[in-house]
Design a protein around this ligand. Structure first.
Ligand SMILES: Nc1ncnc2c1ncn2[C@@H]1O[C@H](COP(=O)(O)OP(=O)(O)OP(=O)(O)O)[C@@H](O)[C@H]1O
Ligand SMILES: Nc1nc2c(ncn2[C@@H]2O[C@H](COP(=O)(O)O)[C@@H](O)[C@H]2O)c(=O)[nH]1
Length: 181
């Protein structure tokens, strides 16, 4: 299993969307979140959108492999789907934040942890602001979390710099082919 993490705005979702398009044989876990959908996001595709009560229930019943609070919302990985894909030998990718990556490191030490880094901090800010999906206060919280994520890069098995989405996808596909499932 491969885990993709990195600061908000670096391009994780863009890379994952391109992988979905170009490599449908790779299975991308769909997380549950309490965040509201952005325009164009569809329940069951980018996320399963849930209320706080439903998220509480999933946590209490142990249905999440990992979960974290990020910039005011909660996010978690449904456990059963991941275990089923791994048991079937399907190449599996999780796109999650640093706190989630740390939990996976503890519970599934065989997973490959990949850090997606921006070419520069200024470019990260430009991408996050340019996406235009969050108000300024939320962007500030995400950048604050981004500083923490950048400082944790050394905890990952390797870093890919997202200068070109195609290049990153190419590298990830190679890694997925070689990481133990
Ligand atoms: N290689 C790239 N070059 C230029 N722009 C990029 C690149 N990759 C992604 N972007 C742009 O950067 C913005 C942020 O990308 P994206 O939403 O994929 O980031 P993310 O890491 O998933 O963020 P978050 O963690 O907040 O969900 C988007 O507008 C996207 O089009
Ligand atoms: N720990 C987890 N983090 C997750 C999961 N799904 C997504 N994420 C991360 O949350 C932030 C914000 O995402 P956004 O879609 O609101 O921009 C980002 O770092 C994602 O990688 C999850 O299941 N667990």
């Amino acid at each position: 299993m491969t885990v993709l993490s990195g600061p908000s705005g670096v391009g994780k979702s863009t890379v994952v969307a391109e992988l979905r398009r170009s490599h449908p044989e790779v299975w991308l876990s769909v997380s549950v979140t309490t965040r509201k959908p952005r325009p164009g996001e569809t329940h069951g595709v980018e996320y399963f959108f849930a209320g706080n009560d439903e998220f509480d229930r999933l946590v209490a019943s142990g249905e999440l492999l990992e979960w974290a609070e990020f910039a005011g919302n909660r996010y978690g990985t449904p456990r059963r789907a991941v275990l089923e894909k791994l048991a079937a030998g399907v190449p599996t990718l999780l796109e999650i934040d640093l706190q989630g990556a740390r939990q996976v490191r503890r519970t599934m030490p065989e997973a490959l942890l990949v850090f997606l880094a921006p070419p520069t901090w200024e470019e990260l800010e430009r991408r996050l602001r340019g996406r235009g999906t969050e108000p300024p206060d939320v962007i500030a919280r995400r950048l604050e979390a981004g500083r923490v994520e950048m400082a944790a890069e050394k905890e990952f098995d390797l870093t890919l710099v997202n200068t070109s989405v195609n290049d990153v996808c190419h590298r990830l596909i190679t890694l997925l082919g070689h990481s133990p499932s």
